[in-house]
Design a protein around this ligand. Structure first.
Ligand SMILES: [Zn+2]
Length: 385
């Protein structure tokens, strides 16, 4: 079904980019069609002239139309429906229901989010933020992400994980708003902390507990491999095999262990060697971050004393690393930033990166992430609050 339409008089002759009323330029490419929401099973299109105006700022530009966003081939209602569906259902369902390609969905989401971010300042009132990086495409590509600890929202993301990438965020934030930032949680990449101190003079840097605990998990894995290699070289093959299978039992949080893994852990305990001590060290470090506050700091002191004397090289080294980052860790324990927020955002982002597979460029992936985690999902057409 094709409906022939034209804008009301008051909304004619405006620049498609800025909405300014401008003098006419030419007829553009003549009549154009926009895909609308289906009427039952029938595809609907709006058809109208699409002349160009001479905008003093944007030059010759196709006029604004009230039923669609600039440069869109679908109506606003269609795009909002697509964006809503993306955050509420599967990729396949969106494509089949709306009869569009996934690539089209990508450009729709980019437009919807772009418009919403232009309408309200995404950096307004940022006080406590989290900076992190997530890998996608099997760890070959990275996104840097910034979340707002107060609203729980993703506020910024960009491809890359280096200084110039993060500098773009602080540039966009601007000096005044940088000065308003009080707390920044970050993974322990030193350059992030350095840059935050450089750009946000009033901010305290808190290190992300998740990353600190992951250092301990890595150290534990080093110990497990050493013990395993020793057992293998000594020809105790059954023992070596059991150790190899113990990886998950050692690595998982004890409350999540299966019965078999608990048994495995009990077996490691009976060996009473460095591996079990390494496990206990890892668990106690985790306890530091669940206690938090003064109790957490006191436990961390005792932990450092223990780890420094434990004669397990990987943990002696870990203790050194933690001492070096002590200020940022104490800040984390004192300020109680929601680490769970960053983690859940990252988990969700990983799901989204898989979903975004097939988008032409990382901008569409970022738009999808912002749509879902940044609070930019539009209401369904006609049902706005
Ligand atoms: Zn303009």
């Amino acid at each position: 079904m094709v409906a022939h339409v034209r804008p009301r008089k008051g909304s004619r002759g405006r620049c498609g980019r800025c909405g300014r009323r401008c003098a006419g330029y030419d007829r553009g490419e003549g009549r154009r069609r926009w895909r609308g929401l289906d009427l039952g099973t029938i595809k609907v299109f709006l058809e109208a002239d699409a002349p160009r105006v001479a905008c003093p700022e944007h030059g010759p530009t196709v006029v604004q139309v009230p039923w669609a966003r600039h440069a869109a081939r679908q109506t606003r209602a269609f795009e909002d429906t697509a964006a809503w569906l993306v955050t509420h259902t599967s990729k396949t369902a969106v494509g089949e229901l709306l009869r569009v390609t996934w690539r089209t969905v990508g450009s729709i989401v980019t437009r919807v989010v772009g418009e919403a971010r232009a309408l309200r300042d995404p950096f307004d009132g940022l006080r406590r933020i989290g900076i992190d990086e997530i890998s996608y495409k099997k760890g070959h590509r990275y996104l840097m992400v910034v979340v707002d600890h107060d609203t729980g929202r993703l506020v910024w993301a960009a491809p890359g994980h280096d200084k110039p990438t993060l500098a773009k965020f602080f540039d966009a934030l601007g000096e005044d708003r940088c000065a308003q930032v009080r707390l920044v949680s970050a993974d322990a990449a030193e350059w992030i902390g350095e840059m935050v101190r450089e750009r946000c003079e009033n901010a305290t840097v808190c290190l992300d507990p998740f990353h600190i605990v992951s250092w301990a998990t890595d150290a534990l894995d080093v110990v497990r491999r050493e013990v395993w290699n020793t057992a293998r070289r000594a020809g105790v093959t059954g023992h070596a095999k059991d150790l190899k299978g113990a990886r998950y039992a050692l690595w998982k949080n004890p409350e999540n262990l299966t019965a078999r893994q608990r048994a495995k852990l009990a077996w490691v305990a009976t060996l009473n060697g460095p591996l079990y001590r390494a496990y206990l060290l890892k668990e106690q470090l985790r306890e530091v971050f669940s206690l938090r506050g003064a109790a957490g700091i006191a436990l961390l002191d005792r932990w450092l004393a223990w780890a420094s004397r434990c004669r397990i090289p990987a943990f002696v080294e870990l203790a050194r690393r933690i001492r070096k980052n002590r200020a940022g860790i104490d800040a984390t324990l004192t300020h109680e930033l929601s680490n769970a927020l960053v983690e859940s955002t990252n988990t969700k982002l990983r799901v989204l990166t898989r979903m975004a597979f097939g988008f032409a460029d990382p901008e569409a992936l970022i738009a999808l992430a912002l749509l879902d985690r940044g609070g930019y999902c539009p209401p369904l057409p006609g049902r706005a609050a």
